[in-house]
Design a protein around this ligand. Structure first.
Ligand SMILES: *[C@@H]1O[C@H](CO)[C@@H](O)[C@H](O)[C@H]1NC(C)=O
Length: 165
């Protein structure tokens, strides 16, 4: 609903810009492993949807991914307080996502290593996922949080690969 309303709003207000935005998002998401989810993520945020070019959309998508990492880290910090039995694992996840923030930037662009650099953030998310499963921590909200992070990450990663190609 929110997605459809946003698209409709943008379409009514900025018809030509919307067409350009939808076209850029479509091109970028060819580089994603999850095309539909990528399109949905990039079109549901006005900052990415209205980005005029590849560099701008990558910068905005990485900014979203950094914010999502901070939220996810904060979630795990809060969760560690509420679940004393799983505290070490949850704290580890909080620290993994906090570290992920620094890898979500375009500093490797000149050397053509940006997409590899960004990939470190995914490794960190996987350390957390592994810690949760080997620690047998089953918290639905945590799983949902990591899934949401992954959707935003995948879209941001696609923008970086698009730029490199
Ligand atoms: C950008 O990413 C690189 C590696 O991916 C990292 O070493 C660097 O600290 C990051 N820069 C900032 C400003 O976060």
């Amino acid at each position: 609903m929110v997605f459809a309303a946003t698209v409709l709003y943008l379409f009514l207000h900025f018809p030509s810009r919307t067409e350009a935005g939808a076209e850029l998002v479509g091109e970028v998401c060819q580089y994603s492993r999850h095309y539909q989810s990528c399109v949905q993520t990039l079109t549901s945020h006005p900052q990415t949807f209205s980005a005029p070019n590849g560099k701008a959309i990558a910068e905005k998508a990485l900014e979203l991914a950094r914010k999502e990492s901070v939220h996810t880290s904060d979630f795990f910090t809060g969760s560690a307080h509420k679940n004393p039995a799983s505290k070490p694992v949850l704290q580890k996840c909080a620290s993994n996502f906090k570290q992920a923030v620094q890898f979500l930037n375009l500093s490797g662009l000149e050397g053509g290593t940006a997409s590899l650099d960004v990939h470190y953030a995914l490794d960190l998310a996987e350390y957390c996922r592994d810690a949760l499963s080997s620690g047998r921590v089953q918290i639905d909200l945590a799983t949902a949080r990591v899934q949401k992070w992954t959707a935003v990450y995948d879209a941001a990663q696609a923008t970086v690969v698009f730029l490199e190609n």
